[in-house]
Design a protein around this ligand. Structure first.
Ligand SMILES: [Zn+2]
Length: 112
């Protein structure tokens, strides 16, 4: 079965598995510069994660609630869009995650 032909239930299951990686990915980019929510959808798709706005925004709100991200509203024409940026706490968490991720990747790739 090709990746693009996954059933929704399968996609949800895999998303559970990759949830932490997706969160770290978001935090990583938000630590570089402020980013619009919709930008993450394209960026994550580029890495093979297909996220709908209905999945992405609760993730962003969750990270904001935990204090890892902060957001500001920005006017673009008639629309208000939200820009997300990593907080000092988010940056600290990212540094700690870097060590854990590199250990995990080392083990995962060892078996290849
Ligand atoms: Zn990326």
């Amino acid at each position: 079965m090709r990746n693009t032909e996954k059933k929704p239930a399968e996609e949800r299951r895999d998303q559970d598995l990759y949830g932490g990686l997706i969160r770290l990915h978001i935090l990583h980019h938000a630590s570089k510069r402020p980013v619009f929510g919709v930008w993450f959808i394209d960026e994550l798709a580029r890495h093979g994660y297909k996220l709908s706005p209905g999945t992405l925004y609760p993730l962003l709100h969750g990270l904001e609630e935990k204090g890892y991200l902060s957001s500001t509203k920005e006017r673009e024409g008639k629309r208000l869009r939200r820009l997300y940026q990593a907080t000092p706490l988010g940056r600290k968490a990212l540094v700690a995650a870097r060590q854990k991720v590199s250990e995990l990747f080392g083990e995962l790739l060892e078996d290849e």
